[in-house]
Design a protein around this ligand. Structure first.
Ligand code: SF4
Length: 603
């Protein structure tokens, strides 16, 4: 299966025009100028040139067009764009992802960070294509934004200052009832740390789903907005233009997801942590701050172990992060006493605080997952910063108590906490370390780029910085989904990453969860059903070529923003030591040539 990556011919304006003519709901943009004279000013504008866009396509278009690339990410010129996907708020399965975009304080480039939970569906049903936070308040007040069928209120509420996310959401529940969804920041966002995330509440109204990457929480903090409370009571579902086509396509799509081994069996049973044993087996599980590719304690922190504990302690091994998810890769994790501790920690979270720090205590890792969510910190950046600190001698690898203490320091905003909370690169520089696994300032996730070279290409070239979700080459390198390319060799990796980056940029615009990719890459009829859902919803005749074209246009916009922000090919590189330091057990280095990386965006 391919996405017909090279066949184009439809220009972007033409593509969005086609959606524009048909779209009848979710047609306005809510802008809140937090820096307006006399206090925050709310306005609703027509979608205009942004019609027919959603998710990442929309956040990147707004940032690209409206944010000066050379502005300070925490200054008044930056904007925080929150956009549900094109299908969010409808009956389309898996369509509850939300995109949050801005100029990133972590990378200095364009950022789209993506989260699950309920807000995308609720915001879309409230009729908003996007909420854009603009300007910067003059004083130190913090605000809550309340959006419901009656309109929008921006209310100063300094009693919310420095509340962690769980307490904050409880407060909102007591004030606005339990039919709400929240988008919020914790203390890390208020302190404008570069690893600060934005939390989205799940179906149980817990702040467990995070737009984690790139410091988007710091930008929300700089706007003085603590929480956005969404209530879609009495608001209708978004309805398709061609209900019959939409319904049939959705049915075929769901069947396809259920019959695929990854989306129908592995992810529901073991969650994303099913990857722990797999990556460890292939020698691509970064261990001790990317020094080795296998972790002796991997089986103690695997998805199989997590699922077993969840069953035994009364948690839940299979759970969806939003209504309409049929894969349900998530879960609920209980502590030893059988009480709720956190949602099932994701593979990347378990790795970041686990093998990367030499920690094989799954309960300690789950506790750090809870703390990260509560303080509002990206779990990948946090774990990477802890591993760098350990490498610099601040604690021994494997010291779980020290790791927990480090996360708590971030929440308290101590001097050390402020270093760690600004990510792996700042931590490495503060303690004089050479080996810092970042690209464009953003920490690498849970796949070593030497043992899985395709993901190394994505880390190096993605406009977002090191990000596995930007082009998940692990699929073809390791899982052998949608193709089979030797993970240890450089040949073919640029093509794999290019195709996946294009497909992902488009997918991230629809509101669909990225995990549908396993089924649509392998099963042509499921891919066609995905396209037919879009066509049934919008009354269009989009083809696979149009999806490809959309992905390319988004990447082109993002690359152009970064170029205007001062990025050159120098930023499209892994740290040099990945080319010189072989990683055991395969003793390989990253071997993809620079000129091949520079040829990735070749359209
Ligand atoms: S598959 Fe997992 S991440 Fe995706 S929407 Fe469902 S629960 Fe959320």
């Amino acid at each position: 299966m391919d996405f017909r990556f090279y066949a184009t011919g439809t220009n972007y304006q033409g593509l969005t025009n086609r959606f524009r003519k048909k779209e009848t709901t979710m047609e306005k943009i809510l802008r809140i100028d937090m820096g307006a004279e006399g206090g925050p000013k709310v306005s609703e504008t027509p979608v205009g040139d942004y019609a027919g866009m959603g998710g990442r396509g929309l956040t990147s278009a707004v940032v690209s067009k409206e944010v000066p690339p050379l502005c300070h990410p925490l200054g008044h010129e930056n904007k925080l764009v929150i956009a549900p996907g094109m299908l969010s708020g409808s009956h389309a399965a898996m369509s509850g992802r939300i995109s949050i975009g801005c100029k990133s304080p972590l990378t200095g480039g364009i950022k789209e960070s993506n989260a699950g939970g309920q807000p995308a569906q609720v915001l879309a049903r409230l009729g908003y294509t996007a909420v854009i936070l603009e300007g910067k308040p003059a004083g130190n007040d913090i605000y809550k934004v309340v959006i419901n069928k009656n309109g929008v209120q921006v209310i100063p509420d300094n009693s919310l200052k420095m509340l962690p996310n769980y307490d904050l959401v409880e407060r909102m529940k007591s004030e606005y009832g339990d039919k709400i969804a929240c988008i919020s920041i914790g203390p890390a966002g208020e302190m404008r740390m570069c690893a600060a995330s934005i939390a989205c509440t799940d179906m149980e109204l817990r702040p467990t789903r995070h737009a984690g990457r790139g410091g988007v929480g710091a930008v929300m903090g700089s706007k003085g907005v603590k929480v956005i409370v969404l209530d879609d009571t009495d608001m209708p579902m978004r309805t398709p233009k061609d209900p019959e086509k939409f319904k049939q396509a959705n049915k075929t799509f769901v069947q396809g997801l259920q019959q695929h081994a990854v989306t129908g069996q592995a992810l529901p049973a073991y969650g994303t942590s099913v990857l722990t044993n797999i990556l460890n087996e292939v020698g691509g599980y970064p261990t001790y701050n990317f020094k080795e590719g296998r972790f002796p304690g991997a089986s103690k922190i695997s998805g199989e172990t997590e699922a077993e504990l969840e069953k035994k302690r009364g948690g839940q091994p299979t759970h969806g992060c939003h209504r309409g998810c049929v894969i349900r890769c998530s879960g609920i994790y209980h502590d030893k006493e059988g009480n709720y501790l956190t949602k099932q920690p994701e593979y990347e979270t378990v790795w970041a605080h686990g093998g990367n720090c030499g920690i094989d205590d799954i309960d300690a890792i789950a506790k750090m997952d809870f703390l990260d969510d509560n303080y509002g910190i990206d779990t990948i950046e946090m774990g990477a910063a802890i591993a760098v600190a350990m490498d610099a001698g601040l604690a021994e690898f494997g010291d779980a108590e020290a790791a927990i203490r480090f996360v708590e320091e971030v929440g308290k905003g101590t001097h050390l906490g402020r270093i760690l909370g600004n990510g792996a690169e700042v931590t490495g520089k503060a303690f004089g370390l050479e080996r810092i696994p970042v690209v464009k300032g953003q920490a690498m996730p849970a796949y070593d780029p030497r043992a899985v070279q395709g993901i190394g290409v994505t880390y190096a070239t993605s406009p977002m910085g090191a990000d596995h979700t930007a082009g998940y080459s692990v699929a073809q390198n390791v899982l052998k989904v949608g193709g089979d390319v030797d993970p240890l060799k450089p040949e073919g990796q640029v093509e794999v990453s290019r195709n996946l980056q294009i497909a992902t940029a488009a997918l991230d615009s629809t509101g669909m969860c990225l995990f549908i990719a396993f089924a649509i890459l392998d099963q042509p009829e499921t891919f066609q059903a995905f396209i037919d859902i879009l066509n049934g919803f919008y009354g269009t005749n989009m083809t696979a070529d149009d999806v490809t074209d959309l992905g390319k246009k988004i990447l082109t916009m993002e690359r152009d923003f970064n170029k205007r922000a001062g990025f050159t090919s120098k930023q499209d590189r892994l740290p040099r030591y990945f080319k010189t330091e072989p990683i055991p057990p395969h003793n390989v280095t990253f071997a993809v040539k620079d000129e091949d990386l520079d040829g990735l965006f070749n359209w």
